[in-house]
Design a protein around this ligand. Sequence first.
Ligand code: NOJ
Length: 720
Amino acid sequence: MQNDLELKIDELLSRMTLREKVGQLVQVSAPIDGAGKERLKNRVRNGSVGSVILAFSSTAGNDAQRDTEVEVYNELQRVAVEESRMGIPVIFGRDVIHGHRTVMPIPLASAGSFNPELVEECYTCVAKEAANDGVQWAFSPMVDVCHDPRWGRIIEGPGEDPYLASVMSRAIVKGFQGEDYSQKDRIAACVKHYLGYGASEGGRDYHRTELSDYSLYNLILPPFRAAVDAGVATVMSSFNDINGQPVTSSKKYLTDILRGYLGFNGFVVSDWAALANLRRQGVAETEAECAAMALRAGLDMDMVDDYYFNHLAALVNSGEVPEALVDNAVRNVLRVKLSKGLFENPYTRKGEYDRGQHLRKAYELAAESMVLLKNDNHILPLAKTAKIALAGPLKQERRALLGSWVLDGKEEETQHFYEALQNALGGCEGTVICNTDDLADDAAEKVFAQSDVIVLALGESHLVSGERHSLADIALTEHQVSLARRAHNTGKPVIGVVFCGRPLALQIAEPYLDAILCAWHCGSETAAVAADLLLGDLVPSGKTAITFLKTTGHIPLYYNATSGALANNGYYGQHPEDCYLDIPAQPMYPFGYGLSYTRFTCSPIHCEKTDMTWQELKAGACFRLSVTLCNTGAYDGKETVQLYIRDKVASVMRPIRELKAFQKVFLSAGDHCRIDFSVGYDQLGFYRENGEYVVEPGAFEIYIGDNCLTDNCLSIQINP
Ligand code: NOJ
């Protein structure tokens, strides 16, 4: 089968002219109407277009985009298939980042669901909707592990942990592609941004990165490896440089590591006009040089700047670039087009799908993604008889709640939070009184006075996150803090519902809030889910996929750091004096943290055999660990039991905690269950600077609990 595919590629390649080959490596963005449409048709007819990106500006995630237009795409495809000499179909790609018509939670939130099965199901729905609208290829998942919440694009990624990122990466690729992405409702995925983009200095977008090979292999590469292992069709290279080497022109990253080391065999597309950036980045002078460098590095398809289109043929004809390199890139593109089944089914035939089911999935995922950060005196859930005063800048927002990077979701199809609270209270005695003007002197206080409890819809707009939308300060705004203070001064309980795209620094507001629900930007069902959580129709089970900091000055602060030289346990948890004089060292909320309305207790760790030899481990033996989890509270609920390791002494400093496994389980009130984990060779090692995976004998600590700071610990030993 695989052989047939390669034979078909050989056959096509043997009949293609150089110009046609180069055409396969060209992606255009085109206003598909008027004169633009005719120009594009001509290019397609000439065999000069391999792909069309259905985005019309460089920062598609924050700009209004045109709706998808299936008839127009089919017409263009007809020209490619029937009127071009080779009849090779184009592939249509779009930024389907965390939803299509139905918008799922931003990936930073959904990673915190710790529920990869549900994430996969949700992206299966997304694939179906996008495919139905003519999208054959999604520029997702974005799996940039990131330690800097100033970076606006942190919303698009899986947070700070490479293991969780890998699990989510696989789930999203599988959700888009299924087992076979030639199926009608499946689309090709594109893992991005390869590589190191999330480590951009200072959280500034498109900025430089300084990255050791050790961090690269252990922290940044794992989710890309997971995507490749899951069969991802394509990879998007990143804008940034790594240690002064732009990834766009780096053979080390695009060929040696991606193909040689990870075994990727799809195609690599550049990011938007990234070849042109090589001149700005100061590694090339002319357009032709940029094109030659990118092709030599292993970049197959050029997104929108036409450098390949304008220069590759001449570079081959002059002997500067061997035609074999072009052939190789074309092979990679054709492999994906054939695997997508475009030659048999080039057109989109619109069908039906069950929108209601997709919205129900979006609701479920939002319900498992929102994180209850604080709940003093069990103030939540609220009684449905409560008189609720509602204030805060996000109380009647629709668009913000969808999140950045939404091209096809419609805000008019969503509820805002005020509506959602009213709907959730429908038929009950409770009421919501909404303050219309938080800024007016005593307007809020008047509304507060009539209530039993105050709910503040806080957070940030989608326009302060996403691409090219970084912030220098991640604290909740002063206006919102002052609103929280005013609410608190009434003496009534105050609930903060924080709709956000990044872990906002909540230290100043926190003392004024009795409860805090981080509702994120959770897509189409954000408001409904936040209301149902507040009123107890849902029980929270989301966890933080990223550390919540006290202030911006904490950056970078992440759980899986190594120890400081003097602090045995590093600066994350236990040793405040080794950090800053002016702020406490500990984060506001650690990684993996999230409360429930019910209470879970976890037993000490049980393990029959706590030592084994390195040979036994290498041969496949595992440490078999178990805990008993009890739901001792009054609600049915879900808990994520997390397993971390610490390699006590190694040839290189290892993190104080590393997530290696987790299980999310449902338990009825009063119920308990045993949870088993196997920890073996694949969990206990790390990558050396050359990418070699090693497990070193010695002592390890295993931690099992409800967040990364659990002290439920057991020592195990690998004997030499
Ligand atoms: C630039 C972004 O970096 C990338 O993520 C996106 O897929 C492309 N633009 C296309 O819109």
